[in-house]
Structures are given as C-alpha cells and as structure tokens.
Design a protein around this ligand. Structure first.
Ligand SMILES: [Zn+2]
Length: 340
C-alpha cells in the first residue's frame, strides 16, 4: 500500500499569496452546524460544504479538501467540445480566503471540479490524490507548473495517509485510508455523433475515506477505522457500483456524500446525455450503499444540472428515508464522531 505523510501545516493553499487580506489559518466559520439526527454529542470531526463537490473535512488538526471549484455565479466552465456550463451559485468561501489545506482529493479532471483558477493558483506541493488520468495532467504541466505531490489510485487501490501530529498519543496515530471507488461518468453504448463528447468526459473515481488510527508501528494491518465515508464522485448509477457493498460487507458506511445534479449535456436546451445521477438514480444508490446517513452535494450549482435538489428530497420522502439524510446548504457544516 502507498503511504503519504502529512503534517498539519500553516501554509496557504495557494501560491499566488499574499493578497491584501493576508492569510488566516483560522477555522472555517459555518452559517449553520448540523449533526446526525440521533446526535451523539461527542463530535470530533466536521465537513464544511463549499459548493458543487467542494467540501472541507476537518479532523485531528488537518483539512482535506475535495474537488476544488471556486468559480462564482455567472462564470463559465468548459466541459467538453461545444459544452459549457454557467455557474449559478457562489462558493461559501473564496479560494484566497481558505485556511491551510493539507490534502486534496480530486475525483476527476473536469472544470467543475478543478477549475482553471484553482489549477493556476494551488501551491504546487499540495498533496493531491486523484485518478491516473488526472495525475498525468497535473504532473505533466512542465517545469514550475507541474504539481509535485500527486498520487493516483485506480478503482479499489488504496493508500494510507499518516497524520504526523505533535502531541499524538504514542502508539496511536491518526491516519486516513483512501480507496478509489468505481465511477462511470458516461453511460455505456452511447453512439455516433456523441462520440467526441463522450471521449471528452474524463474517467472518474469515487472514494472510500476511512478516518481512524494506526495502533502500532504503522504496518498496514494496524489501521483501525473509526468513521467511514463513501464519496460517489460524478458517477451514474451503474452495475459496477454493486461491487462496493459486497467488498464492504459487514463494515458500516457511516456517511455517503452523493454527487447529484443530473448533469445533462451538451446544454439545458439540448439535453441529450445525462452524465451524473438524478434524483431517481440517487435514491437507487442510497438503497444500494445503505449508509447511516447521506448528504447530497453537487446540486443546483450549474445550469447543466437539470435535476434539482428538491427532486431528491421528494424521492427520499416518498421512500420513507427522510431520517437518513441531512441537507447542507453552501457554508453549512456537518459534525460527526470518529470513534477512537
Ligand atoms: Zn461534476
């Protein structure tokens, strides 16, 4: 298994600092804090929702950011030949107001997940875990521009991220096990004129993110998971996902971050091909994965997201699953407990 060590840092996540405002490593200030409906009261970790698929996980002094996208309402993204989207929402925080980020999880190399400004700005030594496809782009940008700490994971490959924290309990150090989960951004069997479009949609991962502790010298089998998060990535509800609950049989999935939106390309006026889950597929995935709790992300942010969050809310209500979902608006935070 690959290993990566991270030490909670004090560096801004971007290289084009300082700005007039200066760098603040202060904690994120949520608009609203939510907990599990059965709230344990011992929450020691959190997820802050920035917008699209951008979230910031805080635990044991480190911050992990998913799919950084900091475009604003009215900005355009290029999603393939002849395909652009217009953002409808603002991120909860601006790229240059971010506190230190220790690690980025990038599900795939698509501009609504890693926009041009993010690509220009992020500091080059920020560790990024991503797909082999995205890794080759990020590492191959030429001198001074290439990202230097990129790790690629294929489906079901995993790596252990050791958190080197001052004052950690001896013999029990925090670690994150990250495993690539299958994803399929385009349906199989799409024909003819859509070929260019289909080829332009990059391969995508989902993730299993297990927060836990290394209980002895750091060998692979000494990792004990205390909270398990499945992040769907920009996948459709495809048969390949059925392997996930089989592989994790007997292991609780505490939380699912589900990418919804029903992204339909090339445009809202020519809706030919759906490339992310709508409400119906989202509900199917909830049933398949059966997590303790689901939090939808990647909804209502772009004009090509044709399935609004309200559709998913209704589908969950109709299925009697309202108690299994928490809704975060941008700038809201969800707090949870990683078991020791
Ligand atoms: Zn997307």
């Amino acid at each position: 298994m690959k290993h990566l060590e991270i030490k909670p840092g004090e560096k801004p996540p971007t290289r084009d600092f300082p700005t007039e405002k200066g760098f603040s490593n202060a904690n994120l200030q949520p608009a609203e804090v939510k907990v599990h409906p059965s709230g344990s009261g011992d929450e020691n970790a959190s997820i802050f929702f920035v917008g699209t698929a951008t979230t910031i996980l805080e635990w044991e002094g480190i911050r992990v950011m998913t799919d950084p996208n900091f475009l604003h309402a009215g900005d355009h993204v290029h999603l393939g030949p002849g395909v652009t989207g217009t953002r409808k929402t603002n991120p909860a925080i601006d790229l240059h107001d971010l506190p230190n980020i220790d690690l980025v999880l990038l599900s795939h190399y698509h501009a609504d997940h890693f926009d041009q400004k993010v690509e220009e700005s992020l500091r080059r030594d920020l560790p990024i875990i991503t797909t082999p496809h995205a890794a080759s782009h990020l590492k191959g940008k030429g001198e001074g521009e290439a990202f230097t700490e990129v790790y690629d994971l294929d489906f079901y490959n995993n790596m252990l991220v050791d958190v080197k924290k001052d004052g950690a309990q001896p013999g029990k150090s925090p670690a994150i096990k990250v495993t690539g989960m299958p994803g399929k951004h385009v349906p199989s069997g799409v024909l003819g004129s859509l070929n260019d479009l289909v080829n332009a949609v990059p391969p995508t991962n989902g993730w299993m993110v297990e927060l836990g502790y290394n209980t002895s010298g750091g060998s692979d089998d000494s990792f004990k998971c205390g909270y398990r998060i499945y992040i769907s990535g920009d996948t459709l509800m495809v048969d390949e996902l059925k392997e996930i609950p089989e592989r994790y049989k007997g292991q609780n999935i505490d939380l699912m971050l589900i990418h919804l939106g029903g992204t339909t390309v090339p445009s809202p006026s020519v809706p030919l091909l759906m490339i992310t889950m709508d409400a119906k597929q989202g509900l199917e995935l909830v049933r398949l994965i059966n997590p303790d709790l689901t939090i939808p992300i990647h909804y209502d942010d772009y004009d090509v997201f044709l399935s609004p969050l309200s559709d998913f809310k209704k589908a969950m209500e109709d299925a009697g699953l309202s108690s299994k979902v928490v809704y975060l608006d941008r700038k809201d935070q969800y707090k949870f407990q990683v078991k020791q």
